[in-house]
Design a protein around this ligand. Structure first.
Ligand code: PGA
Length: 250
């Protein structure tokens, strides 16, 4: 009932030419993989080129960030309606944005509302640091991030979102969470929190991804967990092996 979704977060990688070349290289193979939604999230300036390259395929396009205002004096930012001609998705609250660019729970909440108002599907990132993990704070911290991100939303709005649980210590480190760790937190801190906020039906509908060193060889293990509905993939989404990763997810 929940279609799995694998999104490639390219982060700050690939020039415009590289982004289009790479999209053209892997799009046909990806387009043939059934039973999974696929999204490319290139750097903002490469979004139009990638959107053009994947036109006519099943591959969706997402931005890596967005501002919540409609327009105005916000130098360097992008408004929701600047994304909508090219994107169906937008990553919001990625831990790198929280850590390096001052992204707050409050800002993430405003951005989710703005994205939904423009029919963009937010991919809302949550996840604990190594220190929090070792201090036994994962459950309460992640649940708190979900509550802050979803404050003031209706159940219908919440069900339209995607949540990516990404333990910070697993991102880009090659040290992925075990399926038990990831699936456990996704169930108890993410899905159960959505149930508490919006009811069991919404919790059963919302798609929750795992992210953090997902590779072609471990994706199938995550997908076998009943609460994991896909992955947000960084490093492994930049290489042709992404095709194998997505194929292994189904
Ligand atoms: P990674 O990144 O797959 O390179 O660990 C995941 C992410 O940050 O979305």
């Amino acid at each position: 009932m929940r279609t799995p979704i694998i999104a490639g977060n390219w982060k700050m990688n690939k020039t415009a030419v590289e982004a289009v070349t790479f999209s053209n290289e892997i799009k046909d193979a990806l387009n043939q993989i059934e039973g999974v939604d696929i999204v490319f999230c290139p750097p903002a300036i490469n979004i139009p080129g990638v959107a053009e390259a994947v036109k006519g395929t099943k591959i969706g396009v997402g931005a890596q960030n967005m501002y919540f205002e409609e327009s105005g004096a916000f130098t360097g930012e992008l408004a929701p309606n600047m994304l909508t001609p090219f994107c169906q998705y937008v990553i919001l609250g990625h831990s790198e944005r929280r850590a390096y660019f001052g992204e707050t729970d409050e800002g993430v909440n405003k951005k989710i509302k703005a994205a939904l108002a423009h029919n963009l599907t937010p991919m809302v990132c949550v996840g604990e640091s190594l220190e929090q993990n070792e201090a036994g704070e994962t459950q309460s911290f992640v649940s708190g991030q979900v509550k802050a991100a979803f404050a003031g939303l209706t159940a219908v709005q919440a069900a339209r979102c995607i949540i990516a649980y990404e333990p910070i210590w697993a991102i880009g480190t090659g040290k992925s969470a075990t399926v038990e760790q990831a699936g456990g937190i996704i169930k108890t801190a993410v899905r159960d929190t959505i149930a508490e906020l919006f009811g069991a039906e919404t919790a059963a509908q919302i798609r929750i991804q795992y992210g953090g060193s997902v590779k072609p060889h471990n994706i199938a293990d995550y997908m076998a967990h009943p609460d994991i509905d896909g992955a947000l993939v960084g490093g492994a989404s930049l290489k042709p092996g992404f095709v194998e990763l997505v194929a292994n997810a189904t």
